[in-house]
Design a protein around this ligand. Structure first.
Ligand code: AG3
Length: 283
């Protein structure tokens, strides 16, 4: 048995499967969980690979730590999405964090992750029971939450599905304006942004929209295990901050496997083709 995710243009990524653990439907999406031959469990939402257990840090580390280490003192963090718990797990590794709020729209993702996946190490359960002093988990609409929030955040992290379909809203100019307003005087925003090779138009749209709103915008990509190509991340800065520099002292506390803060500058290396696409896209 195998599972294949088909990307646009007939390109795909596949896994040999030992067994299907479950398949179900929530109000929002179809969810599947498999045991793969070589990468542990595989979580799939609406046919798209979210993570494989062995190597999931290759996504969660570059999503969380570059922005957390670029901010001089991240105390309040908002995570939108990230129902499997991997993102908030990484956020809470930072001792400066006083409060991390995670807003996930689909409670079924949280249930399955808590009961069958376990990359959160029990964190999701503690969050739901209110036993994690620095964390809060809200099952609800992150777009509305961020728009109506009176609180200001130092860091906002969007761990969503791809910039297509329902999640498209999370890549709109209006959403970015709300994110900008929800950041304090000095803040940093990051979103996963799909594949530059396979969702090129969506990525460039998101990049353009972010450039209309944030004071500075950065693109970087990272090789993520389980995804079909180098994966894109977009970072938006509010106020005075330099995303090209990270705090190497604080990085020592983190025990990282994939993202290397000592080599932070390598994040910004990209193929000429991609650099030209980004430069040519604006404004
Ligand atoms: N969220 C980002 C999923 C994007 C993957 N896209 C795809 N395979 N087409 C991952 C959730 C991990 N916390």
């Amino acid at each position: 048995m195998h599972f294949i995710e088909w990307y646009p243009r007939g390109y795909g990524v596949g896994f040999k499967i030992k067994k299907k653990i479950l398949e179900t439907k929530s109000e929002f999406q179809k969810l599947e969980l498999y045991e793969t031959e070589g990468f542990g469990k595989l979580l799939v939402l609406d046919g798209t690979v979210q993570l494989v257990e062995i190597g999931e840090e290759s996504y969660h580390e570059p999503l969380v730590h570059p922005v957390m280490l670029a901010h001089p003192e991240p105390k309040k963090v908002l995570v939108i999405g990230g129902g499997d718990g991997g993102t908030i797990r990484e956020v809470l590794k930072h001792k400066s964090v006083e409060k991390a709020v995670m807003v996930e729209i689909d409670g079924v993702v949280v249930d399955i992750s808590m009961n069958h996946l376990g990359i959160d190490g029990g964190l999701l359960k503690r969050l739901l029971e209110g036993k994690e002093p620095r964390g809060e988990l809200i099952i609800g609409d992150g777009v509305a939450y961020m728009k109506n929030s009176k609180e200001k955040f130092d860091v906002i992290i969007v761990d969503s599905t791809d910039p297509v379909g329902a999640a498209k809203l999370l890549f709109s100019e209006e959403f970015y304006r709300n994110a900008y307003n929800a950041l304090g005087e000095r803040g940093i925003y990051i979103t996963q942004a799909g594949s530059v090779y396979l969702f090129t138009d969506e990525l460039l749209d998101a990049y353009k929209n972010m450039r209309k709103v944030f004071d500075k915008v950065y693109y970087f990509s990272f090789p993520v295990i389980g995804y079909a190509s180098p994966w894109s991340f977009l970072v938006g800065i509010k106020g005075d901050m330099d995303f090209k520099k990270v705090d190497l002292e604080r990085a020592k506390e983190l025990d990282l496997k994939y993202y290397d803060p000592e080599r932070h500058e390598t994040l910004f290396q990209m193929p000429k083709y991609v650099r030209e696409l980004l430069e040519g896209s604006c404004c």
